[in-house]
Design a protein around this ligand. Structure first.
Ligand code: SF4
Ligand code: SF4
Length: 418
């Protein structure tokens, strides 16, 4: 008998969540909506509990859930649909993608392999070859197409600068596996930005994974292994806060208390850790920033990463910083609708992910120079859509926009982690 703990019984079937759900927006189908998924969850849980094989159609509709939390953010009854689907995936380990899991997750060497792969895929010559890969079966075709959105390998200047000098509060900055693999320069700029707004910054000497990708893929034990390492290193550091610039990682860190709810040895440590986690944008007070040195020539638009807006409730902060810098923001339509990235959803569910990506690109207003966001998966996904559409617009992390406006020519110099 499978024991499901995430309670969805408070759903009153009001339908207020429907307009927020990306899969409902694409399909218009009740079974692809949060309300429909609550009904299907009951059915599938009953089947699993009774030892019956669930209906494949019900499984498929549940598995299409992006775990974007948009429904949870608007639901008056706080029904945790995304969490419930995540729990269900964990109850069906045979449905995981072992290939992807083995390639990217589960061990420090897995992350190093993953970093090497994304760095290799980011090279311009490799990218040209990858463009032809879309007809390959999943996950290879979508993986190769997605890699076309990867930035050219950044030349990260390497020397060591002591970011921990000064008298401010000590914070620990998390490199992250995907951020460090693809957006290492943004990581350097993030750590330097923290220093410039008054913190003493510690950085890791080797990158860890937050565990979110494993959890989304239905492997909570692998996710908890990562989480224990993260918590241990943070405890040893003595830092007052743990900071990330990746929305997906931040949402995972802030939920570590729930990950260890049933583990007496770790529950309190995870709770204490989760309380100290901040997204970088929470620590950058616009009023502590100088005025921009360079005038932006064109406006930007903002894509709200699901795991910042819906999972962490952080919506206005990026816009406030941009406004302070004098960067004009033109809102896109459906700014907080998922772009289809959702961990590795764009590899496991390429058709839905592509539909959402194309919808996101179609919502970009004319005349903007950049789509500004706060999560590496979103940047990669949206950039691949922009490239394919032939638009000369970049997807960028907000840190890059801030850094270029304030400190152009003063590239952050910091040794890369091993
Ligand atoms: S999940 Fe929430 S918003 Fe959606 S139908 Fe149920 S109660 Fe209403
Ligand atoms: S988590 Fe996202 S995709 Fe899943 S049901 Fe809720 S809104 Fe829809």
């Amino acid at each position: 008998m499978t024991d499901f703990q995430v309670d969805t019984s408070m759903c009153v079937h009001c339908g207020l969540c429907l307009p927020s759900c990306p899969t409902y927006a694409v399909t218009g189908s009740e079974s692809e909506s949060p309300r429909g998924r609550v009904v299907l969850l009951d059915e599938v849980r009953r089947d699993l509990g009774g030892g019956r094989v669930p209906d494949p159609g019900a499984w498929a509709a549940l598995d299409h859930c992006l775990d974007c939390r948009a429904c949870e953010a608007v639901c008056p009854a706080h029904v945790p649909v995304g969490h419930a689907v995540e729990e269900l995936r964990a109850a069906a380990p045979g449905r995981r993608s072992p290939l992807l899991m083995a390639a990217a997750l589960g061990s420090p060497s897995g992350v190093r392999r993953f970093r090497r792969w994304v760095k290799a895929a980011a090279r311009p010559r490799v990218r040209r070859v990858l463009g032809a890969g879309r007809s390959l079966p999943a996950p290879w075709g979508p993986m190769l197409a997605l890699a076309s959105g990867a930035p050219a390998a950044p030349q990260v200047p390497e020397d060591s600068r002591d970011l921990s000098a000064g008298s401010g509060e000590v914070v620990r900055f998390f490199w992250g596996c995907v951020m460090e693999g693809l957006y290492a320069r943004t990581n350097r700029r993030s750590a330097e930005l923290l220093r410039r707004v008054g913190y003493r910054v510690q950085v890791e000497d080797a990158p860890l994974c937050c565990g979110a990708l494993a959890r989304h893929q239905g492997d909570p034990e692998a996710a908890r292994r990562w989480a224990r390492s993260v918590i241990e290193r943070f405890e040893e550091s003595g830092a007052a806060m743990f900071v990330t610039n990746a929305a997906g990682c931040g949402a995972a860190f802030k939920e570590y208390d729930a990950w260890f709810r049933d583990d007496p040895a770790w529950a309190e440590r995870a709770r204490a850790f989760a309380r100290q986690v901040r997204d970088l944008v929470e620590l950058v007070d616009p009023d502590r920033l100088p005025l921009a040195r360079t005038e932006p020539d064109r406006p930007v638009t903002v894509h709200d990463a699901c795991h910042l807006a819906h999972a962490q409730g952080i919506r206005d902060e990026v816009r406030a910083i941009l406004r302070h810098l004098g960067v004009p923001v033109v809102e896109m339509s459906e700014a907080d609708l998922c772009c289809g990235s959702a961990g590795i959803y764009n590899l496991t569910h390429p058709e839905m992910a592509r539909a959402l990506r194309d919808r996101k690109v179609a919502g970009i207003p004319a005349g903007v120079s950049r789509v500004v966001t706060s999560n590496p998966g979103c940047m990669l996904q949206i950039q691949s859509g922009l490239r394919e559409s032939g638009l000369s617009i970049d997807a960028a992390h907000w840190v890059d926009v801030v850094y270029e406006a304030l400190y152009e020519g003063e590239e952050a110099r910091l040794a890369a982690p091993r």
